[in-house]
Write a protein that binds this ligand. Sequence first.
Ligand SMILES: C=C(O[C@@H]1C=C(C(=O)O)C=C[C@H]1O)C(=O)O
Length: 403
Amino acid sequence: MQQLAWNPELPTAMRLRQLVALALTSGRPVALWRLPGAAHARLCLTLKADTALTGLPPVLEPSAPAGFAFFPFWDSDHNPPLFLPADLFFDLATPGTIQVSAAAAVRLPELRQRFAALPPTAPLPWHMSPQPVPKAATQTEYESFVAAGVAAIEQGTVQKVVSSRAVRRPLPDGFDALAAFKDLQQRYPNAFVSLVSAPGVGTWLGATPEVLAEITEDSVFRTMALAGTQPAQPGVAPAASLWTAKEMEEHAMVARYIVNCFKQLRLREYDERGPRVAAAGNLLHLRTDFAVQLNQVPFPNLGTDMLRLLHPTPAVAGMPKQPALDFLRRHEHYDRAYYAGFLGPVNLPETGSSRLFVNLRCLQLRPQEAILYAGTGLTADSDPAREWQETELKLQTIGAVLE
Ligand SMILES: C=C(O[C@@H]1C=C(C(=O)O)C=C[C@H]1O)C(=O)O
């Protein structure tokens, strides 16, 4: 990547808006994200939309291309796996410059011209999905779906299944996805906040608490089991919260699944911490963290291999995986699309670092409305009305930007 000055006279917010406009007005994919705890967002823009259609899960080795992965829950023609190569990379921590790939360097004069010609106040033409709007379950429908899940658990078909639903909400007047992205960063400093827009795929906005697979700059692989939910109580420290056997069991299944993935690869040297209580917006979750020192184990492809084994985890699908997926295919009755898939930067900005998150607490943008998504892990003790209530609580995280 080559670093160069990019319209340093423009205020940062304007430059960000114009870079997004450059992508959207020319049919190109763009991703914006802010890592948990980070002060600044980043942007990755791909010059050729068709190069983003990889059809495969991303490779996390340092030799793999740098870019942004956007992977659906179910891999299909309707919801193709994307990898946005970073032709243009903009880090809002260093707003005076952008980084460009060799392919973009060749086209710089044209890109600069197009950028300069963009009307600064035009509304942003976000990419919209060509798929029909997913069916939104009523409370009665959702509760009977949950009851079917509990029955499947009682019959022994599955041990755990994660039911979910979509909700349609009108967009407030003057809704601006970039302003919503900024709002999410302020509201949820510890979430992974993202805004992804790609032709033929649509536009997704989210603030997720769940790491799927990370490789940090200091060569540590990390993943987490995040499951078990309750509302945060004002004035009560998260660590003082009480958890039921149902929630502990729901969580333990995810932790055991991760340990089994390590076992399948014959990796024994991992560090496991938890369960601890983690706050995410208005909710508390049980969380167990796993870490592997990559320079102390003979597994150079651990990140790539674990990613393929992990997704979809029992935090979003169920246990055992295949019967749980079969149950969802038969009973869920809507298209999750990229909800409960995963997303995040690979080898970006540093070669050798990747940060992939489960796409939760998210919405999909449509011309006049937003589709919001939420799910809950079911066990034999689940009560349908309470599970509905839990999805309502989870919807509040992303729903906050529509108020
Ligand atoms: C499925 C969602 O969240 C997942 C399910 C949880 C649970 O069932 O307790 C908790 C965290 C996430 O792993 C969602 O937010 O939609």
